[in-house]
Structures are given as structure tokens and as C-alpha cells.
Design a protein. Structure first.
Length: 268
């Protein structure tokens, strides 16, 4: 009964998760250095981010009580990591999965989450942050989350840090194209970073803004309201452009019919 009431209060008090604002925060973190935070790994050993520098670092945030999205995204990430290791070689980068639902995402819970996906690589750590540093930690990564009656709403992002601990790329979605993940790691491994942008990154942002999570189905689906708004906006813009072109052509034709010289003045 008390659990039901607490969940109801969370549901009534929590603000609707703003994915556009979350995306802005996430993108603003690119190029930002992440401070040296302390963690406890799934074996109870202390770890700092400074110890993980020197190589690219892949970071994702989860909460272990999640029954749909976090397991799905972690499973997909495991496949992407294997593909990246085949391309770059084992040990060429590190991975850290961080639990943000404190105190529940303790080392024991993170260890169970790790075992669920049979992750035994020494280059992939499952970490519990210090509670008093959680807010600053998630802010440095541009990661935003909101409590709900069902758990948490949060942006599905994987952060890629360079060897000096700066956020180099953000990759979005419960699944993503391999080049969006392997490409940045390859650039960092070859010490050839490039500026953020490109068609692929723009497409991923578009997909993020045009989808919404469906808790009943346990996956993301197209947000038709946003799609309709975009189509209406595009129609209005195209209509405006068409009108300008039509008016320009009408005036050009009218000018040509009037002739190159002004008419003679009428005199009595």
C-alpha cells in the first residue's frame, strides 16, 4: 500500500520528461572534460575515472531495476562493443556502465546486471558512483533523468570519451548504426579526431526527436504528433517559397510587357 502511494506521488509530482531539453544538455557536454569521480566496481573495489584515462572510454547509464529499455540497450551495446573490438582490437578502449538509481544500484546489483549479459571482459566495468557526486557526474556527461511511477525516463545515450577524459561523441537510441559507434573510437585510436556533425549524426538526432517510448511494448515507436508537426511546418515553408517564386515571376512578366522604356508623357 505504501509503495503504491509513493509511486502515485511520484507520478503526480514528476514533470513530463523533456527529450528536446535533454538532447540539448547532452550535446552541450561534447568537448567538456569530465571530472575525476570515484566509484565502486561490481567486485567492491574502488575505481576512479582518472584510472580509466589514456584510452577511449565508452560510458552508458542504467538503473538495474529497469525491465525493458536498460537491458535491451545494454544487450545491443554488448554487440556493438564486440564489433568495435573486432575492428580495433581487444583492449583498444574501455567501457563503463554506471548505475544512477542510488542506493539501489549498489555493487551487488551491478554485479547481477553484469552477469545477466555475461560480460566478463576486464575492459568493461559496472560501477556504482558516490551518492553525493551523482548530480555533478550526470551533469558532466549531459545525462538527464526523471523519476516516474514506472521507474525513470531518461535519454538513451552512449558517451564516448577521449583519452584525456573529454566527451568526444554522444550516440543515441536503443539501437544505432555501427559506424556511429565504431567510427569515433577508430578516430580516437588513430589520434585523428574530427569535428562533430555529418549526415549520420543529424539523422540520429532526427530519429530521437521523432520517437517516443512505449512502456506497453517495451520499445520506442514513431511519435506521429511530431512527424505531423514537421510535415505541416515543411508544407507551410514550401508554400511560402512557392508564393515568393510566383510573385517574382509575375512581376518579371509584367515588367517585360511594359517594355524597356517608360510611356511618353501625355501633353495637351
Amino acid at each position: 500500500m505504501w509503495r503504491f502511494l509513493s509511486l502515485l506521488l511520484i507520478s503526480l509530482s514528476a514533470e513530463a520528461f523533456d527529450e528536446k531539453a535533454a538532447l540539448r544538455d547532452s550535446q552541450a557536454a561534447i568537448g567538456r572534460p569530465v571530472a575525476d569521480y570515484r566509484f565502486t566496481d561490481s567486485n567492491g573495489k574502488p575505481v576512479t575515472l582518472a584510472e580509466l584515462r589514456g584510452k577511449p572510454l565508452v560510458v552508458n547509464f542504467v538503473y538495474t531495476g529497469c525491465i525493458a529499455v536498460c537491458p535491451t540497450t545494454t544487450q545491443f551495446l554488448a554487440g556493438a562493443v564486440r564489433e568495435a573490438e573486432r575492428a580495433l582490437g581487444p583492449g583498444s578502449f574501455r567501457v563503463a556502465t554506471i548505475g544512477f538509481n542510488l542506493p539501489f544500484d549498489d555493487p551487488g546489483s551491478m554485479r547481477a546486471f553484469q552477469r545477466k549479459f555475461a560480460v566478463a571482459s576486464p575492459n568493461w566495468l559496472f560501477l556504482t558512483p558516490e551518492a553525493d557526486a551523482l548530480e555533478a557526474l550526470t551533469r558532466d556527461f549531459g545525462f538527464r533523468f526523471e523519476a516516474t511511477a514506472a521507474g525513470f525516463d531518461h535519454l538513451l545515450q552512449v558517451s564516448i570519451l577521449d583519452g584525456e577524459g573529454r566527451v568526444y561523441r554522444q550516440v543515441y537510441g536503443d539501437s544505432f548504426d555501427a559506424p556511429l559507434f565504431v567510427g569515433p573510437l577508430l578516430q580516437l585510436a588513430q589520434n585523428a579526431p574530427v569535428a562533430q556533425g555529418g549526415v549520420e549524426a543529424a539523422w540520429e538526432k532526427f530519429k530521437l526527436l521523432c520517437t517516443v517510448y512505449d512502456p506497453a511494448a517495451g520499445r520506442y515507436r514513431i511519435n506521429y504528433v511530431v512527424v505531423i508537426e514537421l510535415l505541416v511546418g515543411a508544407s507551410v515553408m514550401l508554400g511560402g517559397i512557392g508564393f515568393v517564386l510566383w510573385e517574382w515571376r509575375r512581376r518579371k512578366i509584367a515588367g517585360s510587357l511594359a517594355g524597356p522604356y517608360p510611356p511618353a508623357a501625355h501633353r495637351e
